[in-house]
Design a protein around this ligand. Structure first.
Ligand SMILES: Nc1ncnc2c1ncn2[C@@H]1O[C@H](COP(=O)(O)OP(=O)(O)OP(=O)(O)O)[C@@H](O)[C@H]1O
Ligand SMILES: [Mg+2]
Length: 261
């Protein structure tokens, strides 16, 4: 198990100044090397849970262990350096930077952490830059084919890519290295059917070729059935059911309360 969530509670205050408890004791063990889907209705707290895990949301109670280490008091920056990468819901590439710069920036190695290393160790720094450039080309080759258009667009401002393209290229960024657990918030949203197949291939390879553990939020149940080994259903603030994907999605309560079947 790579990540353990124990008894996570969080409350918010709404516009009427009423306090409501959104997460009411979430317990979840995320199994190492597997793809786990977190499903549940709109507004049930899935993205909030990702914010808690990645250190953006601090007003919660409970226990979080990543690879056995307590990450409750760690900053978002520290958690990312520990190896937890994230695709944000509606998250895109960084405009104003080129596609290549986005890919290089996503590489979660320690060279970028020390700005002066480029001055003190110029050769090492250059080598690492060259490595990241060749890795970028390899990743794009692998998923979009040899001579694909993105290879010719590496120096274009990332903002020029369409929303769907930016989503899928953001997923590619997460393969630049340094991560062990990936949190993907709705990877297929805004992505066309052909690119959904590529998204599926990328996520599979994250697991099978890169040995990464993936926790993903999705509303596309067809996609969940295809990629996820394990499914966790969030309902009324708790993980109401967890297990093999088909078993959870075919469960009578899950079908009634979430899928409307
Ligand atoms: N900082 C906050 N202050 C007040 N309410 C909040 C805050 N953050 C989240 N919420 C509320 O918590 C609820 C859950 O939000 P969240 O984004 O986690 O849902 P979700 O399960 O990801 O939904 P969706 O499937 O639509 O993306 C929302 O109704 C939102 O209004
Ligand atoms: Mg969400």
């Amino acid at each position: 198990m790579i990540l353990r969530l124990k008894d996570i509670h969080i409350s918010f205050t709404n516009a009427q100044n009423e306090t409501f408890e959104l997460l009411r004791g979430v317990n979840l063990d995320v199994e190492t090397g597997k793809i786990t889907a977190l499903v549940g209705g709109n507004g049930t707290g899935k993205t909030t849970l990702f914010n808690i895990i990645s250190g953006f949301e601090k007003n919660y109670t409970g226990i979080m262990l990543f690879e056995g280490k307590d990450i409750c008091n760690a900053s978002a920056h520290r958690i990312s350096l520990m190896g937890i990468g994230r695709l944000f819901q509606n998250g895109q590439l960084m405009g104003g930077l080129t596609l290549m710069e986005n890919m290089k920036l996503a590489s979660n190695d320690s060279t970028g952490e020390k700005p002066f290393s480029s001055l003190i160790f110029p050769r090492k720094w250059k080598q690492s830059e060259a490595q990241k450039e060749s890795q970028t080309r390899k990743i794009l080759n692998r998923f979009f084919g040899k001579d694909n258009k993105y290879l010719d667009m590496l120096d274009e401002d990332a903002a020029t890519f369409s929303y769907g393209e930016q989503r899928i290229l953001s997923l590619c960024c997460l393969l630049m290295g340094g991560n062990r657990l990936l949190l993907l918030d709705e990877p297929t949203s805004g992505v066309n059917p052909l690119f959904i197949e590529t998204t599926e291939q990328i996520i599979r390879e994250m697991k099978e070729k890169e040995g990464l553990t993936v926790l993903l939020i999705e509303h596309n149940m067809h996609f969940v059935r295809k990629v996820a080994d394990v499914c966790a259903y969030l309902d009324e603030g708790v993980i109401a059911k967890v297990g093999p994907t088909d078993e959870v999605l075919d469960d009578k309560n899950v079908r009634n309360s979430y899928l409307g079947l």
